[in-house]
Design a protein around this ligand. Structure first.
Ligand SMILES: [Zn+2]
Ligand SMILES: [Zn+2]
Length: 200
């Protein structure tokens, strides 16, 4: 059996209401390897990686277990135009169902495009995680919140000017005199110098 973590709750202790905290070291660990996180060059266990907290009602009906309540947190990643940090907020109402793995498999219709009738059940809001019948594990639930909070291209500001592609200066806080890059085809034409003097 896997080692118990602060995010595991035994089914025999349900129903209950618990508060969970996610410390920065864990956020740093979960986000390691994601380009927008690694670009910051933060140290392992970065105390500014982010954090989270949830107060959840946990209950079970025999075959399934449920978790519901607010999750709030934040995480810090790199701006996709510059290198400066961007702090993203998480403020979600969790509604998670834990079900046995074999049920998750049966209900999973991802291979078939069943969009015609799929509108009745709001499956996108129904977060499902595996359940061994003995304990529920909220760690993957919290981890998912941090990963989902990451946009494709985070920006420190809509108006971020990013870095100069030539000298790398941060154009939000400084300026340089680099010329804008020239289209290589035009550069090739400019290179064709016409001799100014006729040969002597
Ligand atoms: Zn930026
Ligand atoms: Zn420059």
């Amino acid at each position: 059996m896997a080692k118990a973590t602060p995010y595991q709750v035994l089914v025999r202790d349900l129903p209950t209401r618990r508060r969970f905290e996610v410390p920065p070291e864990l956020v740093a660990d979960w986000l390691r390897g994601l380009p927008m996180r690694d670009a910051l060059g933060a140290p392992d266990g970065d105390p500014h990686a982010g954090h989270g907290a949830a107060t959840l009602d946990l209950y079970a009906d025999g075959a399934h277990a449920f978790a519901a309540g607010p999750f709030r947190g934040e995480l810090t990643v790199a701006c996709s135009r510059g290198v400066g940090p961007v702090t993203l907020q998480i403020d979600e109402q969790l509604r998670v169902t834990f079900m046995p793995r074999h049920e998750i498999g049966e209900d999973d219709d991802e291979d078939e495009p069943a969009e015609d009738e799929g509108a009745e059940i709001d499956e996108e809001d129904l977060d499902v995680f595996p359940f061994d019948g003995e304990r529920i594990d909220l760690e993957p639930v919290f981890r998912e919140q941090f990963v989902l909070a990451l946009p494709f291209a985070p920006l420190c500001a809509e108006t971020c000017k990013g870095l100069c592609p030539q000298c790398g200066i941060d154009r939000n806080t400084a300026s340089c005199t680099c010329e804008p890059p020239v289209d290589p085809r035009l550069a090739a034409l400019k290179g064709l110098k016409i001799p100014s003097k006729a040969g002597t």
